[in-house]
Structure formats: C-alpha cells, structure tokens
Design a binder for this molecule. Structure first.
Ligand SMILES: Nc1ncnc2c1ncn2[C@@H]1O[C@H](COP(=O)(O)OP(=O)(O)OP(=O)(O)O)[C@@H](O)[C@H]1O
Ligand SMILES: [Mg+2]
Length: 504
C-alpha cells in the first residue's frame, strides 16, 4: 500500500491571480508533510487540484512514479486520495451513518440492514476514539464533529493519501488532541499525510517534513524539522525577518471607558464584572467553553442579559441589540466570522462597507461610491488583503483573506469607542497577524477600549495591557501585564483540581 506522492511543476492561474507557479515537492509514506505559507499563498488551491476539484494549467501529479489525472473529485477518491477541505461541504439532513456509508462503500449492497450499518459505524467511530451518535444529522453536529466524520470516511475508504486543510482552526483543545492522535495513527499505518496550518506549534508537534509557499511558489522544503528554527520558517513564509511579531509598546491608559458590573445570563455561572480604560487592551483568556464569547454577547445585546449594568464613559447604558451597540460606538467582531458575517456573493468592497456605509449616504439615500471605494482600498492596503481588486467577489479570496475583509468591516466603523475582538487572528498567517496587532494598537492610541478574546496564550501575553481569565463560566482572575506569564495565566484558566475545589 505504499505511495509516494509527487507534485511536479504544478501551475494554476485564476483571472488576475497566479495561484500556483511551478510547484514541485514530494510527500513520503509514513510521514506527515506540513504545508505553510501566508494567506493566499496557494495552499488550498494545491489541495483542490489534488482532490480533483480544480484542474492544473500545467504540471502533473505522480503516485508511485506514475502520472495520474483527476478530472473530478470522484477520480481522486478512486485513486485513494482523501482531501479534507478548509470549508467542509455537507448535506445537513444526512445522518452520520448515511454519510459514511454512502461515500465509503458505494458498491456494497449489503447495507439494507440499517441496524447493522449503524453498529458497524458505531464500532468504527469508537475505534477512532470519536464519540458520535451514528444517527445524528450532520446539520446538528459541530464543525469538529463533521470533520471527524470526514476523516472517518477517509479511513473507511482506506485512503492512502490524506490531506487536511487547517483542520484545527475551529477545534477545542480536547478535539485537537483526538485529531492529533488520529494523525499519528495514520502515519504509523504508513499513509502519506499533508497537513496545512498557520500554527507553528502544530507543525513542529506533528510534521516530519515541511514545505513553504510564498505567492504561489515553493520557497523551501525541509525533509526534516529537527534542525530548522521557527524564525527560519517565518522568514521563508513572509520573505522578511519579523523580529518581534507583537511589537508591544506601553501606552498610557485614560479614564474608564467600558464598565461591566455583575452581568448575568446563560451560560455564566457567576455575575461578571470588569473594566476597560481608554487606550487599554484587555486580553480575555480561557479554555474553549469558558464563556468568554458568551459574556461578550451578553454585553453586546446579542444574548439576553438577566441582570447587571453596563456603563460607557461613566454613564449607564442599555444595549438590547447589536444595532444599539454599534450606534454607541461599540462593535463586536464575532468569532465565527464566516458563518455570521460573510456575504459570499458580494464583492470585497461591499463586505467591508456593509455596516459603515450608512454614515456616508448621500442625501440620506444614495450610496457614496467614492467614499466606499476609499474605505475598501485603505483596508486592503492596511491589512494586505490579497485580491486582484476591491471588486472581486469575496468567495474567491483565500480563507485568511476573507477573514481580514470581515475584520475590516468592524474596524471601518467611524467613531469607535469600544472594540471587542473574538479570536481576531484565527486562520491568519504570521505576517498578517503582525499587521492586525498594529491596527489594534492604533485603535488603542486613538482612545478605544479594546477587548481581545484569544485562545492563543502567546498572543494574549504579547498584546494585552491586562489579562482577564475565565474558567467554567466565571471570571477566575485578572493579571497586570507585569504579573502575567504562561504559568500564572494557565493557573487561572485550567480546571481546579478536585481537592482545591473541595477545600474552597
Ligand atoms: N476560484 C477562484 N477564483 C479566483 N481566485 C481564486 C480562486 N481560488 C483561489 N483564488 C486565489 O488564489 C490565491 C491562492 O488562494 P488559496 O486559497 O490557495 O490560498 P491559501 O494559501 O490556502 O490561503 P489561506 O491561508 O488564507 O487559506 C488567492 O489569491 C486567491 O484569492
Ligand atoms: Mg487556504
């Protein structure tokens, strides 16, 4: 079952974009091959070619020395390839069992016995360490669970090559562990794996080899990562040295801008209180499920509050909807930007201007095209959004560049007072993170009060003036920048051991 996968001189052009330009590298069996590169570097495009969704304009794919052609997704599957894409496509009404057996065993007619099919699926899922109801409808599953179903499908088909495109970007810590174990098992079982991620830790933890793309070209392939420094990979990715990605400069905080007192509501386990001053960046850290996003939605009026008070610049305010919040200069850029924010059929410019345009209406009625174009172009420049123009449909942008455009939408609001950012750099490459931090600092310089939720501890430590930690639905502590380090923050975030809980 051995397979060596080789990409040979692959090229792909879209209107106005050379997505891949003469890319060659090899993936060996029994190895996890990392693929890294900035947003828009061409990583997903390569996997779509491997998966038979796009045809390359030039070059060829070889398996075990033989050239293969994938004119369709089915052809790629037939050749033993499984690609788990960045954006999963699924039919919400299918059950887990139907989905798995439909794709996996198309020619087996023996599955009329539904009970037996379910039992078979239950056993396979259990063997993978995945706790899932075979009867559950796909539409009811979390992204992580749907991803597990996809991987399980690849296993059932006995795929020889398995490619994963940013699989952990929406997984919790625990789900990530399950995934990593699966990847390890697959490697031990002599499959060839391709793994795309923007998270350097994961690349070092999982991958044997690594290839780096920049602007559609391969800039480096490392057959082993043992002696390769992180800085080397970062500079290969971005084409320049980034000495300190956080580039934090202390600022003087002003008066209290946002004061949250005893806010209550589902699923918080205790009333929550905190303050953010003008020009201050407060990081919110916690494990997935600690209640950080939910607390922010209670403040923002997009979740129903049961009690508590919110003040802005010393005056108590009522916020019952996002519209009310925005009209007071409070914005929340949600975690699930894709599902909550994107207007896929609209252009990059429309996606950026959709909220702020009401301020620029001419005669209170007509869109101010000139102003909108300026706003869009300024954010495309500021965040280095990779697009042929502001008129490009947003769905043609790479995953990370879509994120940047949606982030711009909130930052484009004039007169911002409070900015709440939920995982602002998820899916965003190292170089662009740097740019996003600079935008956050600029907002703080202008006197905005900033709340930044992040699950990446180095980011929270690197960017925040102060850190609030949440654990299991309550605020468990607060640390000044000078007191905060990995240990002190994790100490407040991790579940208390049962003995201390009893003592308390
Ligand atoms: N269907 C398409 N039509 C037009 N342009 C496209 C299409 N698909 C991708 N592109 C462009 O090709 C380039 C490479 O995109 P790709 O999605 O491969 O990047 P990526 O490396 O996966 O980035 P990310 O890390 O943000 O996911 C981008 O500039 C993107 O806008
Ligand atoms: Mg991608």
């Amino acid at each position: 079952m051995s397979a060596t996968l080789r990409f040979d001189n692959i090229g792909k052009v879209f209107p106005g974009v050379r997505a891949l330009d003469g890319v060659s590298f090899e993936v060996n069996v029994g190895q996890v091959h990392g693929l890294m590169g900035e947003n828009g570097a061409g990583k997903s495009t390569l996997l779509k070619i491997l998966g038979g969704e796009y045809q390359p304009d030039s070059g060829r794919i070889m398996i075990d020395g033989n050239e293969v052609h994938f004119s369709s997704a089915a052809a790629s599957i037939g050749a033993g390839i499984a690609v788990i894409h960045q954006e999963l496509q699924y039919v919400p009404d299918l059950t887990v069992t139907e989905n798995l057996l439909l794709g996996a065993l198309p020619n087996r007619l023996g599955w009329v016995n539904k009970r037996e099919a379910r039992r078979f699926v239950r056993e396979r899922l259990a063997a993978m360490g995945v706790d899932l109801d075979p009867n559950a409808k796909l539409g009811k599953l979390s992204i992580a669970q749907r991803q597990m179903v996809e991987i399980c499908k690849a296993l059932l088909r006995n795929a020889r090559v398995i490619a994963l495109d940013e699989p952990t970007s929406s997984l919790s810590h625990r789900e990530t562990e399950v995934l990593f174990k699966l990847v390890h098992d697959l490697r031990a079982d002599n499959r060839a794996l391709i793994y795309i991620s923007h998270r350097m830790d994961e690349i070092y933890q999982l991958c044997d080899a690594c290839t780096i793309f920049r602007d559609g070209r391969k800039v480096a392939s490392h057959p082993s990562l043992v002696d390769v420094k992180r800085d080397t990979i970062v500079s290969e990715m971005v084409g320049r040295e980034i000495s300190d990605i956080y580039n934090y400069q202390p600022r003087k905080a002003g008066e209290v801008r946002l004061a949250v007192r005893n806010v209550e509501g589902h699923p918080l386990k205790a009333p929550a209180s905190f303050e953010v001053r003008k020009g201050e960046i407060v990081g919110f850290f916690g494990l997935v499920g600690a209640g950080r996003s939910e607390l922010m939605h209670l403040i923002y009026g997009t979740r129903k509050k049961k009690g508590g008070e919110i003040s802005l610049d010393g005056a108590s305010i009522k916020v019952r909807s996002a519209g009310e919040a925005i009209s007071r200069g409070i914005v929340l850029c949600p975690e699930d930007r894709k599902e909550e924010g994107i207007v896929a059929m609209a252009t990059v410019s429309e996606n950026i201007n959709i909220s702020c345009r009401r301020h620029y209406l001419r005669a209170g009625l007509f869109l101010n095209r000139k102003k909108e174009a300026e706003t869009a172009d300024s954010f495309i420049k500021l965040l280095k959004i990779k697009t042929p123009s502001r008129r490009q449909k947003i769905r043609f942008l790479s995953g990370g560049n879509q994120q940047k455009a949606i982030l711009s939408r909130w930052l484009a609001e004039p007169d911002l007072k409070v900015v709440i950012l939920d995982e602002p750099t998820r899916g965003i490459d190292v170089g662009a993170k740097h740019e996003i931090y600079n935008v956050i600092y600029q907002l703080a310089e202008r006197g905005c009060a900033i709340v930044m939720i992040s699950s990446e501890l180095p980011e929270v430590l690197g960017v925040s003036d102060r850190i609030v930690v949440m654990r299991q639905g309550r605020i468990s502590g607060e640390l000044k920048r000078s007191e905060a380090n990995e240990q002190s923050v994790l100490g407040l975030a991790l579940p208390e051991s049962s003995t201390t809980a009893e003592a308390a």
